[in-house]
Write a protein that binds this ligand. Structure first.
Ligand code: SF4
Length: 354
């Protein structure tokens, strides 16, 4: 590291900049309601602000507070989440709401340490809630903030190492506004988020207009995109899956609820098989003779490329397996479905039943 955090005056610059240039119109800002802050923090993980806006509004309309969310069914939560991806976030969110009600009487705990005991709330999310809603002097360190701080300080430790990440957490804490200025913590937290989201972008950061440009090591070095340093790359794998797209001849489709583990856990899906033979084995001889292989397509997950092979059939309308049912379009559209399944169902015209 090439700069001393304690001497930077970073927090004061960020606080002053946030007042005039930071974001202030987002619907989860200007509130100290931990439910809204938590909801937005979870939705914004891996998802763009522009996408989150609509989901946030729909969630609040249906589940206006944590008690309402806790009382909702998992299927309804998944249905509202549908399209945001990373469904473990939705599952944890639902569990978290239930724990807030069961363990804390429906009020979110006020400290980051207690907040991290809840499902799906990691250290940075806990700190954001505690700083925004309860004024606790704690640091956040999400992906955007890591980028800002490593560049600011010329921190070239490998961020795929736990020890280096812990070192950056310590530095993030040293950079907070002074303890005798508690009023600044919420604005500082917002400011450092805004800086990462609007100025210190992953590619081509706007160093010329950056409020901390004069302090920034990476800018001085002329190569900001070198930070953060991360040497361990994700190892990608690939898998082929066959999906049974069965229609009962009356525009209903067969969907089954997937188990609580593995890919698309807990969502409704077309039945998925590891081979075409395994798929055909659940069909009757007459159905097997009438299958249509639709064009395969690629669906990209974080760690994996899925090569999906839809196999279409007009079924006899019988049960195609445990945990499944026939769904008309009016009902499947409200279910939590994996994105490629939703796309497939929305695109394909019905097969001719004759
Ligand atoms: Fe990021 Fe550039 Fe600002 Fe440094 S000067 S924090 S690299 S935007």
């Amino acid at each position: 590291m090439k700069a001393e955090p304690a001497t930077l005056g970073f927090a004061a610059h960020v606080v002053a900049w946030q007042k005039t240039h930071g974001r202030s119109e987002l619907p989860w800002q200007n509130t100290q309601d931990p439910y809204r802050v938590w909801l937005s923090e979870v939705m914004l993980q891996q998802t763009q602000v522009s996408t989150v806006l609509g989901y946030f509004a729909r969630f609040l309309e249906r589940f206006p507070d944590v008690a309402a969310l806790a009382a909702g069914s998992e299927d309804e939560v998944f249905g509202l989440w549908s399209g945001l991806g990373y469904y473990s976030r939705a599952r944890n969110m639902h569990r978290c709401a239930q724990e807030v009600v069961a363990r804390f009487g429906g009020a979110f705990p006020r400290s980051a340490a207690e907040l991290t005991t809840l499902p799906g709330i990691g250290r940075s999310t806990a700190s954001a809630i505690a700083a925004f809603c309860f004024g606790e002097r704690v640091a956040i360190l999400d992906g955007n903030v890591k980028r800002v701080l490593t560049r600011l300080l010329g921190f070239d430790g490998d961020m795929s190492s736990g020890a280096q990440e812990r070192a950056l957490w310590d530095i993030a804490t040293q950079l907070l506004p002074p303890a005798d200025q508690p009023a600044d913590i919420a604005r500082y937290t917002q400011g450092v988020m805004d800086l990462g989201a609007t100025v210190c972008l992953p590619r081509r950061p706007s160093c010329m207009i950056c409020p901390v440009g004069a302090l920034c090591v990476a800018r001085r070095e002329g190569e900001p995109e070198r930070y953060p340093v991360k040497t361990r790359k994700l190892r990608r794998t690939a898998q082929s899956l066959w999906m049974l797209q069965a229609d009962d001849g009356a525009d209903r489709v067969w969907l089954e609820k997937r188990s609580a583990r593995g890919i698309w856990a807990g969502l409704y899906s077309l039945p998925v098989f590891e081979s075409r033979e395994a798929l055909l084995a659940v069909l009757s001889p007459a159905e097997r003779a009438a299958v249509v292989d639709a064009p395969p397509f690629l669906h990209v997950l974080t760690h994996k490329d899925l090569h999906l092979h839809p196999v279409r059939v007009v079924s006899e309308g019988r049960s195609l397996g445990e945990g499944g049912a026939w769904f008309a379009a009016a009902s499947w559209t409200a279910l939590g479905l994996p994105a490629p399944v939703r796309k497939l169902l929305a695109q394909q015209p019905a097969l001719d039943a004759s």
